[in-house]
Design a protein around this ligand. Structure first.
Ligand code: AHR
Length: 633
């Protein structure tokens, strides 16, 4: 077979932010995941105030613990714990999220808010391994006394590694002390920021060089009801003032019982913007449009009470971009970032539909465009990519000249293959597509299989050649969900799996990374017998030129169980170098998974290729996805 590619002829521009990531606090992605706090229920605000904690006593009736609720005085952080102790081995033990991941040689930073009438109690701090050994020890003597709250910190270094340790604080002395925000972080966070993010999880993201980060979800934007929706203003500033919320994913879902899943918002909107900036991605926040999840309550705010929601959107733009004389720009500066974050777009609504959505969206759009005419707004179109509701909504949104329509699809592998040409005949007007959530699911249920295998990744890669070929229409795309904790997930498949110490990328991670690190600047046509390559002989292909790195990059998947010999005929004036390379993802076993034990089972292997007289002959392995790079001068 011969594939012809005209290397000079740009048929569309590829947006620099085309391939991004979707972040949601689902599957313990944020709390218990990338947000590196190790203490579960640090401020005693979970439904059961001592969830995650166990009282530790050497003798019965030793010491007293009281949970005090001062709701009227402190709505955001009402509860604290009051300790009354006489002596010795009385304390509190915290189980962590699913255990505490401890690494030998790493510093651990403890902090606490306290209040005591007189200074009389010393805190002994211990990390205890799963086999009950002390593997890290420190102490803190609260220095101040009186009726004010104080904060104090202490650090110590772990002597052993254990993925399932626990943390104990023992109270030495005789007296009374109030404690709140009992916190423990590893010292080796991303960029060593105090109380920051897990370094390995940020790094695996940064390695993908994502064009954007969509945050904070997903369904958590909407909430099961409006009271449970995500409100960004409650997620910035001192962590003890960020009001905890039960996570919308703390539900029985896909036969997993509800767990103790809350949002502390330690990873809040400021940190999201900072993360996006750190890894060179555009920030793409999604805001509640005045509607709760329509798969749940479907609660909507009355139209004449929509103003605060719209104001949240306007204020967010000011928070991100406003100069430091503006109310919200000043807040950003006070948080340590006087420079604007250069926010260019936001989503209004996630998986919302119907006339209620259109009415609310119109009000948001009018207000945002009046103040920020060039700001891009992403509109939602739901999860049913060939359904009547989806098509009707799409037509309505296009008639309003929407900037972007967000399409979501969780479908089986054969649907992905059949839809690799989905955008070839899409309307080419001003409205662009954002494929904001997609993943191959073995069946239509939302957790078709618990892990994604090579078959699902190969089908995603094949569909993505269709997204790339249509980069004039599909200007952004992100796989979903992103992270899942191996002991605490609600939804699968997911792109990256983590435990308390490590993470690994699934085959889909490598597909996503190959696209985002080989995005190119211009789409060039790749044709087999004069046609787009969308399944002939099980082949799917697209090609881009990169005018910055000066490379031609061809992406091609072979979805058959046979090796295929392909000739590439590269027409055009550019002078191609003879030496290039191919990054190949392949496995003859479509069920092949990556795992903690074998994280690179399906991962790219690089091989040299030789181009002669603008021709390249290559053998594609069975079930393989290949990214071929040929430099030019
Ligand atoms: O990605 C998981 C969920 O799928 C998201 O929260 C939601 O938007 C979609 O239904």
């Amino acid at each position: 077979k011969t594939i012809k590619i005209n290397i000079d002829n740009s048929i569309a521009k590829v947006q620099p932010n085309m391939w991004g990531v979707f972040f949601e606090d689902i599957n313990f992605g944020a709390d218990g995941g990338i947000y590196a706090e190790l203490i579960k229920n640090r401020s005693f605000e979970f439904a059961k105030p001592l969830m995650g904690w166990t009282i530790q006593r050497a003798k019965a009736n030793e010491g007293e613990i009281l949970i005090v609720n001062r709701k009227e005085a402190n709505i955001a952080n009402p509860r604290y714990v009051q300790i009354n102790t006489e002596k010795g081995n009385f304390g509190l033990s915290n189980e962590g999220f699913k255990g505490i991941g401890v690494k030998k040689g790493v510093r651990y930073d403890f902090s606490v808010m306290y209040r005591q009438p007189v200074a009389a109690i010393k805190l002994r701090l211990q990390l205890i391994s799963s086999d009950n050994k002390i593997i890290g020890e420190g102490s803190l003597t609260p220095e101040k006394s009186g009726s004010e709250w104080n904060k104090q910190t202490a650090s110590f270094t772990a002597t052993e590694t254990d993925a399932k340790a626990r943390f104990v604080v023992l109270f030495d002395g005789k007296g009374k002390i109030d404690l709140d925000m009992i916190s423990l972080f590893p010292g080796d966070t991303w960029k060593n920021r105090p109380q920051g993010l897990r370094k390995d999880m940020v790094k695996i993201l940064a390695d993908m060089k994502p064009g954007f980060i969509r945050f904070p979800g997903g369904c958590i934007v909407e909430g099961t009801d409006l009271a449970n929706r995500y409100q960004w203003k409650k997620t910035i500033g001192p962590i003890e003032e960020r009001q905890l919320l039960m996570n919308r994913w703390n539900v029985e879902f896909a036969h997993r019982p509800a767990s103790d899943y809350y949002q502390s918002f330690g990873l809040g909107f400021f940190e999201y913007f900072q993360l996006a900036e750190d890894i060179g991605s555009d920030a793409l926040p999604i805001l509640n449009c005045g509607m709760a999840c329509q798969f749940n309550t479907g609660e909507v705010v009355a139209l004449d009470e929509l103003d605060p929601y719209v104001q949240d959107a306007l204020d967010l733009i000011e928070f991100a971009n406003g100069d430091t004389n503006t109310t919200w720009g000043k807040k950003r500066a006070e948080l340590g970032h006087p420079k604007p974050f250069n926010l260019k777009m936001m989503g209004v609504g996630n998986e919302n539909w119907g006339p209620q959505y259109l009415e609310r969206l119109a009000i948001f759009t009018k207000a945002i465009k009046a103040k920020y005419p060039d700001f891009k707004i992403i509109n939602s179109s739901g999860t049913d990519p060939e359904g009547e509701r989806f098509n009707a909504l799409n037509t309505s949104l296009r008639s309003t000249n929407a900037d972007f329509i967000d399409e979501h699809y969780y479908r089986p592998a054969d649907w992905f293959l059949k839809n690799a040409g989905r955008y070839d005949n899409y309307p080419r007007n001003d409205t662009k597509v954002f494929v904001g959530e997609y993943a191959v699911h073995a069946d239509k249920s939302l957790t078709g299989s618990s892990k994604n295998n090579w078959e699902s990744a190969l089908a995603s890669a094949s569909l993505m050649t269709g997204l790339e070929r249509n980069a004039d229409v599909v200007q952004m795309a992100s796989y979903a969900p992103l992270f899942a904790h191996i002991d605490a997930w609600q939804w699968a498949p997911d792109m990256i799996w983590v435990d308390n110490l490590n993470c690994y990328g699934t085959p889909d991670y490598y597909v996503q990374k190959l696209f985002s690190t080989n995005k190119g600047t211009d789409v060039i046509a790749a044709k087999l017998d004069g046609k787009n390559i969308i399944g002939q002989d099980g082949l799917y292909a697209s090609a881009v030129g990169d005018n910055i790195s000066k490379e031609v990059i061809i992406k091609i998947s072979n979805t058959t169980n046979k090796a295929q010999n392909i000739n590439f005929d590269l027409e055009g004036k550019k002078s191609l170098k003879s030496k290039g390379y191919v990054d190949e993802l392949a496995s003859e076993n479509l069920n092949q998974l990556n795992s903690f034990e074998n994280p690179n089972a399906v991962s790219p292997k690089r091989n040299a290729i030789v181009v002669k007289n603008k021709k390249l002959a290559i053998t594609l392995k069975p079930y393989s996805f290949n990214v071929i790079t040929i430099p030019f001068t």
